[in-house]
Structures are given as C-alpha cells and as structure tokens.
Design a protein around this ligand. Structure first.
Ligand code: NIG
Ligand code: FE
Length: 419
C-alpha cells in the first residue's frame, strides 16, 4: 500500500469532536507549526507534529512512502460550500443593471424576472447544456479550493424540470472529483400559473414532486424560500414537514430580506440549517441555539444586494454554530469563491480568521451532513486539503481579490487541471 507523507507545512484545522463548533470553540483551531499529514488510500492516516507522524508512518510497516515537501506553506482543510444554486442555464446581467439602478431584488421577482427568468432558461436548456454549465461552476469552485459542496434545484418549478435539475446535479457529482450533495428546492418561487393560488402549488410540490424525488433518491435535503411574496411560514412548515415525513433533511432560506420568523420555524422543525438570516431577530437566534440549528451565513449575498450583513457575532455569542457559503446563483450572489466569502466574513461580519475557517470547513460539512468524511484534517477523513500562499489562514481575508490557494488536493491527489 502506498502512503504519502506531506511534510514541511504549518497545519491549521478545526478539530471534529462529533458536533459543529459553537461559541468560543468556533475560533479554536489545532495548529502544528512543523506539521505533517500521512495519507493512505486517499484517507488521513495520521496528522500532527512531523516527528510523531513519521513515527506513525514507520509503525505502519511495509509499503512505499512517497514524501511530498509542502515548501513551508500553510495547510488547511478543503472548503465545503453548503449552499449553492450552481445548476442554472443563463446569467442575468440585465437584472444586475436594474438592481444597480435601484430596483429591489424582490420587486424584480414580483414582475416575473429574477428566479422566474432562470426558470424559463432552465426549461429551454437541454440536459447536456445544463450539465456543461453546472460542471463549469463546480470546476471554478474546485480551482478556488472548494472540495465539497451542495447544489439546489429550484429553477424547474414543475416536476419535469425539477427532476431534470436533480439528474444533472447527480451527473456532475459522478463526473467531477468534488463531493456533491443535492437539495430539492421546488419551493423556490411561485410559478406564474399558480400566482393566484400558491397553496395549490405547495400541494403539487408535496403530492407529486416530493414522492418522485424520494422514489428516485436524488436529493438528501429539502429547502424552502420563506419570504414576503414567496412562501409564507405556514406554507414553508407544510412543505418541510412533508419532506421530513419522507426522511429528507430540511433547510430553510430564512429571514433574507424580511423577518418572517423563518429562524424560529427552523428551530421548531429542528432543521439542519437556517440560511441567510440577515433580518433574523435576537430572540429567534436564541431559539436556533437551543434547537441545535446551524446558521449558514451568505455574506456575498448581502454584499451583492447591498444589505446589512447577518449578525455573526451575536450568533457566535449565543452559541449558534456558524457555517459560511457562497449562495452561488445568477441573481443575488454570483461567485464560486469561498475565499471571497471568508474575506467578507472577517472584514464585514467581524468573524476572526479562525472562526471563518471553521465556518467554511467543519461547520459547513455539518450543515450538509458530510462531516464524517470532510471538513477537518482528522484521522479517518478524506485527505481533502489546500496549501495556501501565506503563513496562516488569515491570508484568505488579507490578500483580497486574488486566490491565495496555491494547491488543491482531493483524496490525496493534487488537482492540476479541473476536468
Ligand atoms: O438564496 N433567495 C432565494 N434564492 C437565492 C437567489 C436565487 C436567484 O436569485 O436566482 C438566494 O439568494
Ligand atoms: Fe440561496
């Protein structure tokens, strides 16, 4: 059996103790200044100080040992992006211009644009085109250090096109080296046809789409866009309870623009995560802490929509584990870069670089139920890691607008060229 020994590196990683990291623990990383990582069959066999890891390598007996000098670079876990809408068919640059000229995001949707314009583009695209576009965004993310991610459906809004999106996401998962989790987001917007009777659309989602999603086993989570003019608290509760009855994990786009109580609903349902939370109340944030719901924060969306950022400090002070994600989509946040997200989290949400790294790795892995294999450099997990262009993870926020990820490794293999 071939072993690889990565040495001459400063290792920084959150430590997985079986739960997402909350409060003070979110900012505590393991550091090994003279570190080494031993990899066997793509998994981490040992991690720590070089001397100890070398001893572990010898102890493992026969077999070749390939030594890789990391040139003194800082090693961190590969990023996990737990909230994306990367499966889409067309950009929406004209809408960006409208927003710059002052039209609010939800007003564009109300007029039949926004998400609904992406729905028309997905309906018109072939499965092959959709696959090529999605794979392109996944490869961009990988080249910037994202080794695992989530992708939502939600630009289909009818059974045929929602299933088409989920099939495409499944194919990208098979054909790219990135680990990908699919989320069913049929409740992303109310289609024009159901404008006057959104409850009937929720019934269609529950009675027709959800059973198909379950039968074909093509999504692990179900999500809802709970927002003024989109889905109400009652409709979101109905949808997510039905998903739970089918055994899917649940997430919620909560309090992105208005405080409807989405964070409280996430707590009530013991959702895996509540995402966005720009307008969430302090009381509802506390309810999330009591229910063990992860806050997945998307600062690139606040940046792009020119909104106030989510209150990450308040969440951390109240022991809510914070995860970070891009929300990559053609409307409210068009970026595949977790490095950009970390920069915004540090400089605009006042998270420390260590808290942001935990948010972009281990807590993010918990937010998509992937922590058993990803999110930290712990023994037994996949050897998904990055070598950075600086001495500490702070370089990710400090050096803005460029990539500070020099090398990306997935299961111990260097990604030289994305497929
Ligand atoms: O998370 N808010 C709803 N969904 C996405 C935006 C999708 C879009 O505009 O296409 C979000 O911001
Ligand atoms: Fe989103």
């Amino acid at each position: 059996m071939t072993q690889q020994l990565f040495h001459n590196t400063a290792i920084c990683s959150p430590v997985d103790r079986g739960l997402p990291l909350a409060g003070i623990a979110q900012g505590e990383l393991a550091h090994f200044n003279n570190g080494a990582l031993l990899v066997e069959d793509g998994l981490i066999a040992a991690v720590g100080d070089e001397k100890q890891v070398r001893a572990a390598a010898k102890g493992k007996g026969a077999g070749e040992l390939e030594e890789i000098d990391c040139g003194g670079r800082c090693m961190v876990p590969g990023f996990v992006d737990p909230h994306t809408h990367m499966c889409f068919a067309a950009l929406r640059e004209e809408e960006f211009a409208l927003r710059l000229a002052g039209t609010p995001y939800l007003e564009i949707l109300r007029q039949g644009g926004g998400i609904l314009s992406s729905v028309r583009a997905v309906a018109a695209a072939s499965e092959e085109e959709l696959f090529a576009n999605t794979l392109g965004h996944v490869c961009t993310a990988l080249s910037l250090g994202t080794t695992s991610l989530e992708i939502k459906s939600g630009y289909g809004l009818d059974t045929e096109n929602e299933l088409k999106m989920l099939r495409v996401i499944g194919r990208v998962a098979t054909e790219s080296p990135v680990d990908i989790v699919a989320t069913f987001l049929g409740a992303h917007a109310v289609p024009e046809k159901y404008k006057t009777d959104p409850d009937a659309f929720v019934s269609l989602l529950i009675d027709e789409m959800l059973p198909q999603v379950k039968k074909q086993n093509i999504a692990r989570f179900c999500d809802v866009f709970c927002e003024t003019g989109v889905f109400s608290i009652e409709q979101s509760r109905r949808m997510l309870q039905a998903a739970q009855a089918h055994g899917l994990g649940v997430k919620i786009h909560a309090d992105e623009v208005n405080d409807l109580g989405g964070a409280r609903l996430a707590a009530e349902l013991r959702a895996c995560s509540a995402d966005h939370l720009l307008a969430a109340s302090a009381e509802n944030i506390k309810a999330m802490a009591r229910a063990g719901v992860i806050a997945t924060l998307l600062p690139a969306t606040a940046y792009s929509l020119r909104k106030n950022y989510a209150r990450a400090r308040l969440m951390i002070e109240n022991d809510v584990p914070v995860a970070l994600a891009t929300d990559c989509n053609p409307g409210s946040s068009f970026t595949e870069s977790m490095q950009f997200v970390i920069g915004l989290a540090v400089l605009n949400m006042h998270m420390t670089p260590a808290e942001a790294l935990t948010g972009a790795t281990l807590n993010a892995a918990y937010a998509i139920n992937m922590a058993a294999k990803a999110g930290s450099l712990d023994q037994g997990k996949q050897a998904d890691f990055l070598l950075l262009a600086g001495a500490t993870p702070a370089i990710l926020a400090y050096h803005a607008g460029v990539s500070s990820v020099e090398k990306v490794y997935k299961k111990g293999q260097e990604i030289r060229r994305t497929p």
